[in-house]
Design a protein around this ligand. Structure first.
Ligand SMILES: Cc1cc2nc3c(=O)[nH]c(=O)nc-3n(C[C@H](O)[C@H](O)[C@H](O)COP(=O)(O)OP(=O)(O)OC[C@H]3O[C@@H](n4cnc5c(N)ncnc54)[C@H](O)[C@@H]3O)c2cc1C
Length: 322
């Protein structure tokens, strides 16, 4: 199959170059395998690598601005992010493998495709425009246990969970101009009417991610449970963030990964943890009914216990660091 590649130098040029169903190309770690499998049929790729405006990590009065071309490794190693947005640095360093983290960008990570095994093997499933989700009644060990509609895939991005916890804003640019989307609202559960896994339009590119400033008394952690120790996607994970005020937890944010088609905010657990004394005895006592509303499938009930476990591990890890 033949295709052409555009090499724009600016964001404006990139947006103009994106026509006839073109695809953005950043690190290519997700796009190239999909192309090789025959799932991506775009005849035009817009290579973003020469667009310098999309690079770098800047600290301003507003917070931290992460260019869409920042690699996962750059984010994981950035000093400000490690200090003030620790869960994000950890989520990036727990993603994929060193090689992929050195090449894969945050823009591509947030817009990466589903990892559902049926979808990736070419089954004519709902995400591929078919009528049914094969995972729901099939091998559903890795499927969602909550927040799903007609398709039970889980969103594969680790950094996404941390970005939701920090209330990040995603700046996107397309033919209609620029808009900002909160990280929470970027992702969606696919259904028969709309099979998109996020709300980006085909012509829209992520240009940067803005992390609002956090108070100094903020603590955060990202804990991920996997089938093996590294280089794979989360079975369950948590991005936990809170502030310590008068020795108590306040402004708690608990975002679960690997359990839903979106980064899943556990509002009830956030409420249960709010106001709790910041010490081991108080904080690690309950399971806070994590995933209390889950609707597990035949083979994935274990994810509920796993999610409870990762939350406890995150709390213990933060206590140990005090
Ligand atoms: C073996 C393996 C293991 C992995 N494990 C993990 C993991 O544990 N956790 C995790 O979070 N991820 C994991 N990943 C995914 C990996 O992080 C992504 O593949 C990578 O971050 C994508 O970035 P990229 O720059 O290579 O994107 P590309 O492959 O270039 O693009 C991916 C998609 O995003 C689009 N895109 C690229 N840039 C932009 C932009 N600026 N705006 C909008 N759309 C854009 C492309 O058109 C394409 O659809 C894994 C991947 C592999 C191959």
């Amino acid at each position: 199959m033949s295709f052409d590649i555009a090499f724009p130098q600016t964001i404006d040029e990139a947006v103009s170059a994106n026509e006839n169903g073109a695809r953005w190309f950043a690190g290519g770690t997700d796009l190239i395998p999909e192309f090789k499998s025959g799932f991506v049929r775009a005849t035009r790729w817009v290579n973003l690598k020469r667009v310098h405006e999309l690079r770098g990590i800047r600290v301003t009065n507003e917070g931290v601005h992460i260019g869409a071309l920042a690699t996962l490794a750059e984010i994981a190693e950035n000093e400000t992010i490690r200090k003030n947005y620790r869960a994000l640095a950890q989520a990036c360093s727990l993603s994929a493998s060193p090689q992929i983290r050195n090449v894969g960008t945050i823009g591509g990570n947030l817009n990466q495709d589903s990892r559902c095994a049926y979808y990736r093997s070419g089954f004519p499933c709902l995400l591929r425009g078919g009528e049914k989700c094969f995972m729901r009644d099939g091998e559903n060990r890795e499927a969602a246990v909550i927040g799903y509609r007609d398709c039970v895939h889980v969103h594969p991005s680790d950094p996404a969970n941390a970005l939701v916890a920090f209330d990040a804003r995603i700046v996107v640019r397309g033919r209609e101009g620029e808009r900002e989307i909160s990280a929470q609202e970027l992702f969606r559960a696919p259904d028969t009417k709309d099979t998109r896994i996020n709300v980006l339009n085909a012509d829209e590119m992520i240009t940067e991610i803005v992390l609002p400033r956090v108070p100094e008394n903020t603590r955060s952690a990202y804990v991920k449970a996997m089938d093996r120790a590294a280089w794979t996607f989360a079975l369950a994970s948590v991005a936990l963030k809170f502030e310590i005020q008068n020795s108590k937890l306040e402004n708690v944010c608990v975002v679960l990964g690997g359990v839903a088609p979106i980064p899943y905010r556990e509002f009830r657990v956030e409420k249960a943890l709010s106001g709790v004394e910041w010490n081991e005895e108080s904080v690690t006592q309950g399971d806070y009914a994590v995933l209390g509303d889950a609707q597990p499938l035949a083979h994935n009930r274990y994810k509920i216990r796993l999610a409870r476990g990762v939350l406890k591990r995150a709390l213990r890890e933060l206590l140990a660091n005090e």
